[in-house]
Write a protein that binds this ligand. Structure first.
Ligand SMILES: Nc1ncnc2c1ncn2[C@@H]1O[C@H](COP(=O)(O)OP(=O)(O)OP(=O)(O)O)[C@@H](O)[C@H]1O
Length: 438
């Protein structure tokens, strides 16, 4: 039992239930500026909603490190900040030690704030250059009325030693320290108020690779010693692999896969996770087989795809149930649809498109007719008599035709996936948000 709160530690330390964080911002388009003479001021600007974190539910157990990984802009930092209430959630509940954070006020909230700390990526800018290291570490204790001057000084010196720095450097300024040492100062400051939970937002990504492992090792040692729970945010999979017990993979505001570390790395079940893992550079060039590349752009979080958010880039997009076709014909159609959408081939005669994309045989039945119509729109040898629209419009029309007939009818577009799988490694749960597991 935790003396401070009476909370029993078999429960999750932190529980997120349907957490959303949306930002409202100006649309940034000139077209979004409206002139409305009947109102004052007569000009209004369209606002759009950025769905940075969109319905995330997960639990973090006491003493564990949950790694949170995903490409830049997928919402990792926003989720971390929302958990700490540095940002107000748009929707959903966050329970810390069984208490809904939204229900806390006054002294309870103050106490909880000191129980949850955060360290940031850039150790340079998060340390005030005019303050001595000792003062920096003591600052949170002072803010929470912890100990007296002497007690704080003693604790700061002790913490300097614990994070691997020389306590005699208590009176130095941050500029006298290296990047790795500054991140250690940050750690000491976060730990000064004796937190249970620390959100670590890319804490080592600004450091040299050789220094990263040392700082990570110190973080692991401190976790053990202080009984800390970490939410560890990083885009670098090798860092995530080093430090995590379990890993959550985030894509465009959703958690798409969550499993124990070994299970996630050895038995990834979401095509996005697989693509991420395959994009890790291989140290041995002889091993460089075909690499799964993440094709296409990440869609905008203002207007994310329906259903599975990864579907617009997914190499395994599922064939629409409405048609009956072979795996081969669907794979060819999917490749053609993507190539038209991204305009990755030069105009060529219809027969060559059929040969290159479909091995000279189009799918049978209705899908075949749709494909034929699309080929006709983009082929170089199309009937000149019909050539009314310009080229861009024809490629757009072909894209729309293919997407509407195939991509939008896939289960991947129609339903948001969520499946619980058997783990091959370890006994933990394995969640994968992919309809391949339906
Ligand atoms: N204050 C804000 N106003 C509007 N949009 C925001 C705001 N903060 C973040 N966003 C947007 O929310 C999305 C998620 O951003 P976030 O910083 O959480 O991603 P991230 O995965 O941590 O990326 P990075 O690793 O680059 O920081 C992005 O599209 C970002 O542009």
């Amino acid at each position: 039992m935790d003396e401070k709160s009476g909370y029993e530690s078999e429960e999750a330390l932190l529980e997120l239930d349907g957490v959303r964080k949306y930002f409202s911002q100006e649309s940034g388009l000139l077209a979004g500026v409206q002139f409305e003479p009947s109102q004052f001021p007569p000009v209004s600007v369209d606002r759009e909603t950025v769905k940075a974190v969109d319905d995330v539910s997960l639990e973090i157990q006491p003493g564990e490190t949950l790694g949170l990984v995903g490409e830049s802009g997928c919402g990792k930092s926003t989720l971390g900040r929302t958990i700490l209430r540095l940002l107000e959630p748009t929707d959903g509940d966050i329970y810390f030690k069984g208490e809904n954070l939204a229900d806390l006020g006054g002294e309870e909230l103050r106490q909880t704030r000191s129980d949850m700390q955060m360290i940031f990526q850039d150790p340079q800018s998060s340390l005030d250059p005019r303050m001595k290291v000792g003062q920096i570490i003591e600052e949170p204790m002072r803010a929470h009325d912890m100990l007296d001057d002497e007690g704080r000084r003693a604790r700061a010196k002790e913490l300097l030693e614990k994070v691997g720095l020389d306590p005699r450097h208590y009176n130095r300024y941050p500029h006298a320290f290296s990047g790795g040492q500054r991140q250690r100062i940050n750690l000491a400051r976060a730990l000064s108020v004796d937190p249970d939970f620390v959100v670590c937002d890319e804490p080592v990504s600004a450091l040299d690779v050789s220094i990263q492992a040392q700082v990570l090792n110190t973080m692991e040692k401190l976790q053990e010693e202080f009984g800390l729970t970490y939410l560890f945010i990083a885009h670098d999979l090798s860092v995530i692999r080093h430090i995590s017990d379990r890993v959550a993979v985030m894509y465009l505001g959703h958690v798409v896969e969550l499993a124990e570390k070994e299970e996630l790395f050895e038995n990834p079940q979401h095509p996005y996770t697989r693509a991420l893992l395959e994009s890790i550079p291989v140290p041995d060039p002889r091993e460089s087989g075909p690499r799964g590349v993440l094709e296409g752009e990440v869609p905008s979080p203002v207007d994310p795809p329906s259903g599975c958010r990864f579907r617009t880039r997914c190499p395994r997009l599922i064939a629409p149930d409405a048609y009956d076709w072979s795996e081969e014909k669907w794979a060819q159609t999917r490749a053609f649809m993507r190539a038209v959408k991204r305009r990755t081939f030069e105009p060529m005669p219809a027969a060559r498109i059929e040969a290159e994309f479909f091995d000279d045989t189009l799918p049978r039945g209705e899908p075949g007719s749709v494909v034929e119509e699309a080929i006709d729109l983009v082929a170089a040898d199309r009937d000149a008599g019909e050539d009314r629209d310009d080229e861009v419009e024809r490629w757009e029309a072909a894209t729309e035709l293919l997407l509407e007939a195939f991509a939008e009818r896939s289960i991947c577009a129609r339903e948001r996936p969520a499946y619980e799988l058997e783990s091959e490694h370890g006994s933990g749960k394995h969640a994968a948000a992919c309809h391949l597991h339906r």
